[in-house]
Write a new protein. Structure first.
Length: 236
């Protein structure tokens, strides 16, 4: 796995140009070549308003989204007799941060050609229902259209209480998770926002203030639209 990171405090200082061209691959490009191409295309410090890889296009929410991490990875399958890593499959991910709001986005997808030899082996977080959630996590809204291994189509907005280590103040970490996949091809998306909580304030929906409830509703609408858009773009 290759991973490049940048401290959040340096994001504004290193902000680069905004990417305009989508990333595309030739059909015969290997997984290794695609990983290298992804790493050269998306650079730490660049701003991004739309994530475009192949047919997949994700228009990001309003904000100044700066790339803080670039990751590419593939199963470590070694070729018999050579010791070389196969690299036939390739996945890639970006972490983006809005320095103004502190919100974070994580987006991950397959960048190698889909194959009937690869598939998703587990259920995504987006498709896990209330009975499968951690005790401290509240599911505010969820839509599950398909939760099969070969076809996952889900969106979920959750919250969990946390404590600011610096101030000791209570916080609510809001997470929007989206998964749209067919066979081994997929797009996974997470949006995280942290908001303050009053002392003793509960994390259930009714206890939250109006702006936070409105944000949760807007995230749900956005997530539903995103997975529908990806499915349409990919012909799923």
């Amino acid at each position: 796995m290759k991973k490049t990171t940048l401290m959040a405090s340096l994001l504004l200082a290193l902000c680069g140009h905004a990417l305009a061209e989508p990333l595309t691959f030739g059909w015969l490009e290997s997984g290794t070549a695609r990983r290298q191409k992804f790493e050269k295309h998306f650079l730490i410090g660049d701003t991004l308003q739309q994530f475009e890889v192949g047919k997949k296009q994700v228009s990001l929410p309003a904000g100044s989204w700066v790339i803080s991490e670039v990751n590419t990875f593939a199963p470590d399958i070694t070729q018999v007799g050579s010791g070389d890593v196969d690299g036939a499959t390739a996945d890639a991910a970006l972490v983006l941060v809005d320095p103004q709001s502190g919100d974070q986005i994580y987006v991950q997808t397959l960048i190698s050609p889909p194959s009937n030899r690869i598939w998703l082996s587990s259920l995504s977080e987006s498709c896990r229902e209330a009975g499968e959630a951690k005790a401290e996590v509240v599911i505010y809204q969820q839509q599950i259209d398909s939760k099969k291994t070969d076809r996952q189509s889900c969106v979920k907005v959750t919250g969990r209480k946390a404590v600011d280590k610096a101030t000791g103040e209570a916080q609510l970490v809001l997470s929007t998770s989206v998964m749209e996949s067919r066979d081994g091809d997929y797009l996974k998306y997470y949006h995280t926002r942290t908001v303050p909580l009053l002392a003793g304030q509960a994390s259930d929906l009714a206890s939250l203030d109006k702006p936070t409830r409105a944000f949760i509703a807007s995230q749900m609408r956005w997530g539903v639209a995103l997975k529908a858009t990806i499915a349409r773009q990919m012909g799923w």
